[in-house]
Design a protein around this ligand. Structure first.
Ligand code: NCD
Length: 364
């Protein structure tokens, strides 16, 4: 650390240089300092669990975004590397999953690591074992655990029982922090372009990429954990949030209350009006979460509240984008898929890069 030039040291060293040389040395110092700052942020992520988006600082999020951009380049040029060779990821999924489970596995395999998978029927949970005991056993065989569980709060409970890192892949109606990170990467990539998303070097770069953007979330905002985490993430920035849902599926009151700050503004709606559509940069569509309803009738009453069609897209800006964490049921007409604004499959691809970045930083 002795080499890090403080402003005072720079003055002293610079006294021997001509002004031109001093500038060159200053630029070099800045680059060195930036590199050191970056490595200390990366260091701060090593060995940590991610149970909620609030676990991460903006600087750590910028580091994850920047690393995800590097992962995209690496996968495009060589498919992956061997950085995580010898490391084992265990995925424990007590709820169905296609994308989250497979993208975490692919993220590990592309970095030379290995994967063990556990599901409800293969786990001793079926015999009555507590979640804490299950993860304490599994961490004996692996370096990191990815958990999906039907109960809100289960990820934090499991992480507290463990010594090794745990990543929350969705805990009931609670949170889905890695999805929020991939959503953020996608929002910036789609609205600002790959040149920006590949260079999110700092909190400041993140903030300026998001400044003034309008993000509209539509569908089941009550039960959708993806929109809970995404709101908690976006509210840190100068962003306009629009929450559109049937009255019975409104965003939880405490999340709405916090989504209004010095920078972030938010409004709630029960209709996807032409005005809301016209001002949205991102339309984030969610599935009505059937598994969270008490009765089939209650689900049927709201399941088709919002269906995005090519006509809906016709009311949106040419630069706007439609995102969806998937799976979709009825809420986006397949006829929308060919529209360049339909970004949900690109969003899924980004999920692998972001999860590669997370595993790399946490285990690297
Ligand atoms: C979401 C989830 O599981 O919360 N899916 C995902 O992880 N991509 C959304 C959903 O199931 O509706």
């Amino acid at each position: 650390m002795a080499e890090v030039a403080t402003p005072n040291m720079r003055e002293a060293v610079g006294a021997h240089f001509t002004p031109v040389k001093r500038m060159a040395a200053g630029a070099k110092d800045e680059a060195t300092n930036a590199k050191l700052a970056r490595s200390s942020i990366a260091e701060s992520l090593r060995g940590t669990s991610l149970t909620a988006i609030g676990n991460l600082s903006n600087a750590q999020i910028a580091e994850i975004m920047q690393t995800a951009g590097q992962m995209r380049d690496m996968v495009t040029t060589s498919g992956g590397d061997e950085l995580l060779k010898g490391k084992i990821l265990t995925t424990v999924f007590y709820e169905p999953s296609t994308r989250t489970n497979c993208s975490f596995q692919a993220a590990m395999l592309r970095q030379g690591g290995s994967v063990i998978t556990v599901n409800e029927s293969s786990s001793s949970a079926a015999k009555g074992e507590t979640l804490g005991d299950t993860v304490r056993c599994l961490e004996c065989y692996s370096d990191v655990i990815v958990l999906r569980h039907p109960r809100s709060g289960a990820a934090a409970e499991a992480a507290a029982a463990m010594k090794k890192p745990l990543l929350n892949a969705g805990d009931g109606v609670g949170e889905h922090p890695s999805q929020a990170l991939l959503d953020l990467f996608t929002i910036i990539d789609e609205l600002c372009g790959a040149a920006v998303s590949a260079k999110l070097e700092s909190e400041g770069a993140l903030a300026s990429a998001l400044r003034g953007k309008t993000v509209t979330m539509v569908g089941d905002l009550k039960n959708g954990r993806t929109v809970h985490s995404l709101t908690k993430l976006l509210q840190r920035f100068d962003v306009n949030l629009r929450f559109v849902s049937p009255a019975v599926l409104r965003m939880p009151a405490e999340i709405v209350a916090n989504a209004q700050g010095e920078k972030c503004t938010r409004t709630e709606h029960d209709m996807l009006t032409p005005e809301v559509l016209a001002e949205s940069d991102i339309l984030y569509v969610t599935r009505v979460q059937k598994e969270r309803f008490d009765t089939e009738e209650a689900y049927n009453a709201v399941k088709d509240s919002f269906i995005i069609t090519p006509e809906t897209l016709g009311r949106m800006k040419a630069s706007a984008r439609v995102l969806h964490p998937l799976p979709r049921i009825n809420e986006i007409d397949h006829a929308c898929d060919a529209d360049p604004r339909a970004a949900y499959f690109r969003q899924m691809t980004n999920g692998m890069y972001v999860r590669m970045a997370l595993l790399r930083l946490i285990l690297g």
